[in-house]
Ligand binder design. Structure first.
Ligand code: FMN
Length: 499
């Protein structure tokens, strides 16, 4: 008994001494911090409010998480709000995506899209799958046919991790859509899933570079030799950073990435802000014809479109040179598109959103009689059914999305793609963080997401009175213009024909 009492008394004494010691250490630490803060010359707040000024940085950092989880309303956040993200998460998990009680969407703001329901929609068993579209028909030896409505937009291996590329490639195969390589070249991980692939030729020509940084026809032929590579896309610009190239620092250029991109290990992977050989529309059409001749596959370009004058010049030139010179497709990217990293002023303020540029492109194609010849693909926040259905009403052939599949992979919008710290392993090369991204389960989520997205687009189309999604047209959607009143897309953007 007395030994237990003795032990208890020593334990209490030890605890008290430890406590006093720790308080002492803390006190000395705070004094040190106080002098460091007071004497440093970089941070005003810490100099004026030593020690407690540091809480500002902690709260500023934590605020992001508190806002996302506790304070932001369902329809409030940017770039994607909780309602939009949750729809993707549920679709990806293939769980019930219905909502209860009533809509939380405010239908009054200008720009709100509403679909025009039919009094007599087709019966469920009269609903039909999307009509196939043929790209490059009659203009190359290997035209590409696809009925996919939604595809995976370009994200290079380098910007996203190996498990992310693998899960996307397997997921795309299961969903029956294509995957764009992004500008970082073609890796074995893109090929592993066996999905259709669109090879992107970025300004750095990664994967198809000759020794001077130009286009290597030999390498291009090699890429085209893969059966699954169906089309080639020359990247002029990307919504988040038009007119800006990019750089993957040498430290991230591993042996594997160097091989894929055609660089030396440790060499900075620099994408110039423009293709050196493209100074005008003549050059662009020459390059399209050259790539198509070498690859025998459909070739188009991706761009942010803000100027009608540019389209006028380009389409006039195509009509002068003949349909052989035309791109087989154009991908129009929205100014609010995503990226791994971009200057804020370009991300926020440069280029037009597809709400404006898609109608502009379709109308110009019609005006110049090129709508049949040149297929249209559109990307930019098309992650939920409504946006895709709007784009189909507007007249697009295909839609692509990058951040939709990222959410399906588990992205939580931590906004850290430009660091190596992505907590979900998607945009990081940190092997520990990549462990969370399990390819076997995430590929199913990518496939579920694309399939459920297409399923719900079909529901919208049927509700509008058409059997197939690609039968939607401008009479099927209305947009709120002012005072809660709406107009059909047909009224806002009357169809234009050549004559
Ligand atoms: C991490 C990341 C990497 C990207 N890399 C490329 C790229 O290599 N080439 C390209 O043309 N676009 C790239 N993009 C842009 C997307 O392909 C797409 O055009 C844009 O994000 C709009 O689609 P979204 O709103 O569905 O994300 C990237 C986007 C993200 C988020």
């Amino acid at each position: 008994m007395s030994s237990i009492a003795g032990f208890a008394s020593s334990f209490i004494t030890f605890t008290v001494v430890l406590f006093v010691f720790l308080v002492g250490v803390l006190f000395v630490y705070l004094i040190a911090i106080y002098f460091i803060d007071r004497t440093q010359t970089e941070h005003t707040v810490r100099r004026n409010y030593p020690v407690i000024g540091r809480f500002r940085y902690i709260f500023e950092h934590l605020g992001e998480f508190f806002r996302q989880y506790f304070f932001a309303m369902d329809r409030e956040e940017m770039p994607f709000n909780r309602a939009q993200r949750s729809w993707v998460y549920r679709a990806a998990k293939d769980i019930d995506s219905t909502v209860a009680f009533g809509s939380t969407r405010d239908l009054r703001p200008e720009g709100t899209v509403m679909f025009v329901n039919s009094a007599f929609p087709p019966l469920t068993d009269e609903s039909l799958p999307p009509k196939p579209i043929v790209v490059g028909d009659g203009f190359c030896a290997n035209p590409f046919t696809s009925s996919a409505l939604v595809n995976i937009s370009g994200m290079s291996f380098g910007a996203i991790s190996k498990p992310a590329v693998l899960a996307l490639s397997h997921g795309a195969k299961k969903a029956g859509c294509w995957m764009n390589t992004g500008e970082g070249g073609l890796s074995q991980y893109h090929l592993e899933g066996g999905c259709d692939i669109v090879f992107q030729i970025g300004t750095g020509k990664f994967g198809v570079r000759d020794e001077f940084g130009g286009l290597s026809e030999e390498k291009l032929k090699g890429i085209a030799g893969h059966d699954v590579v169906k089309m080639f896309e020359i990247k002029l610009s990307q919504g988040a950073k038009p007119g800006k190239g990019g750089m993957l620092p040498g430290a991230k250029v591993t042996k594997e990435i160097a091989n894929i991109r055609g660089l030396e290990v440790g060499q900075d992977a620099i994408s110039p802000n423009r293709h050196h050989e493209l100074e005008n529309n003549e050059d662009l059409l020459n390059m399209i014809q050259r790539v198509r001749r070498v690859t025998d596959k459909p070739t188009g370009f991706k761009a942010v479109i803000s100027s009608m004058a540019w389209l006028d010049d380009l389409f006039e030139l195509i009509n002068r040179r003949g349909l052989d010179a035309a791109p087989d497709f154009i991908t129009v990217d929205s100014c609010d598109g995503g990226t791994g990293a971009a200057p804020m002023s370009l991300m926020d303020d440069m280029g037009l959103p597809v709400k404006e540029s898609l109608p502009m492109l379709i109308d110009k194609l019609n005006e110049y009689g090129l709508r049949e010849r040149i297929k249209v693909n559109v990307s930019g926040k098309m992650i939920n059914p409504t946006e895709v259905a709007w784009a189909l009403c507007m007249g697009t052939d295909f839609v692509s999305t990058a951040r939709g599949p990222m959410f399906a992979l588990g992205c939580i919008q931590a906004l850290q793609c430009n660091k190596n710290t992505c907590p979900t392993g998607i945009t990081t090369h940190d092997k520990d963080l990549q462990k969370g991204l399990v390819v076997a389960s995430k590929q199913k989520r990518v496939a579920n997401y694309i399939k459920n997205l297409e399923k719900e687009i079909r529901i919208i189309a049927n509700s509008c009175g058409v059997r197939r999604p690609r039968d939607l047209n401008r009479t099927h959607a209305r947009v709120v213009v002012s005072h809660g009143r709406s107009k059909t897309l047909a009224e806002l953007y009357p169809e234009i024909s050549k004559d």
